[in-house]
Design a protein around this ligand. Sequence first.
Ligand code: C2E
Ligand code: MG
Ligand code: MG
Ligand code: MG
Length: 274
Amino acid sequence: MDSARYGEEFMVWSDLETAISHAVDHDELVLRYQPIISVRTGALEGFEALVRWDRPGLGLLPPAEFIPAAEESALICEIDTWVLNNATEQAAAWISTHGPRSLTMAVNVSGRHINAPRIRDDVANALRRSGLDPGLLVVEVTETVLVGDVLAVANLWELRRMGVSLSLDDFGTGHSTVAQLSRLPLDIVKIDRSYLDVETTASRERFRSMVDTIRAFGLPMVAEGVEHTDQFELLRETGVESAQGFALGRPLTAAEVDDHWLSNIPSGRISDVY
Ligand code: C2E
Ligand code: MG
Ligand code: MG
Ligand code: MG
C-alpha cells in the first residue's frame, strides 16, 4: 500500500485521509496570504491564499505533505471549498475595512475539483456567502489536469460566466503548454518559478520567449518565485505585469497582512525596495 511521509510519521493513505477529513471538520486548516505586486507601479494587487494544516503537536504542515493524499479522493474538494469560503470571506473583510480598493484573492483549485460538477456550486456559494465581487476572485488551475477533459473545460467556462477570473498556474511545467492558452478561457497566466532563471543569457532568453508567447495570446502574466532584484529587473524589461515571490512578500497570516500591507499603506511597498 502507498504510504506518505507527513509530519514525523509515516501513514497509509487511508489513515491520512481520515486525519485530513477530521482536519477539515475541526478547523485545523489555516491560510497564509502571499502578496501579488504590480511590476510597473509596485502597488499591491492582491493575494494568493495558500493552505497549511495546523496539525496538533506537529506544527504547520505545507500543502505538499497532504494535498497529494487529499487528491486521491473527493477530500480535495472539501479542502478547496474550505479555502474558497475562508479566502473570499477574508478578502471581503479586508475590502470593507480598508476599502474601497480592488484587492484580488487567488485560490488554488485542484484538477479533480475542476472536473467535478460541484465546483460551480462551491464557487457560487463562496461568492454568495462572502459578498465578494466575483471579478476579485481568481481561480488558479494547473494545466496538467485540464488536458483533454471536456467537463473541466465546460466548468471553467461556467466560472468565467459567473464573472470569476481564471488563472493558469505553474505555466511551463506541464504538458501541452501553448495549446492550453487558446483552448481554455483564461484571464491570467502564472509563469512557473523554474523559468525565472536569470543566471545565463540562454535562460534569460528562454524567459523572454516564454513571455512573448504568452503575450501573443493577449494574456497578462504573473511571474512566480521572485527572490532577487535581478529577477525583478528581468520582469520590468520584459513587461511582465505582476510578480509574486519571497523578495516581495512571504506568505503571511491575516494579522500580518493587516499590520504590514493594508494599514495606512496606499499602495504596495515594493517600489520603496527596488
Ligand atoms: P502554487 O499555487 O504554485 O503556490 C506557490 C508556491 O510557491 C507556494 O508554496 C509559495 O509559498 C511558494 N513560493 C512563493 N514565492 C516563492 C519564492 O520566491 N521562492 C520559492 N522557492 N517558493 C515560493 P506552498 O504554499 O508550499 O504551496 C505549494 C503548492 O500547493 C501550491 O503551488 C499549490 O499548487 C498547492 N496549494 C496550496 N494551497 C492550496 C489549496 O488551497 N488547494 C489546492 N488544491 N492546492 C493548494
Ligand atoms: Mg497557485
Ligand atoms: Mg504556481
Ligand atoms: Mg503549484
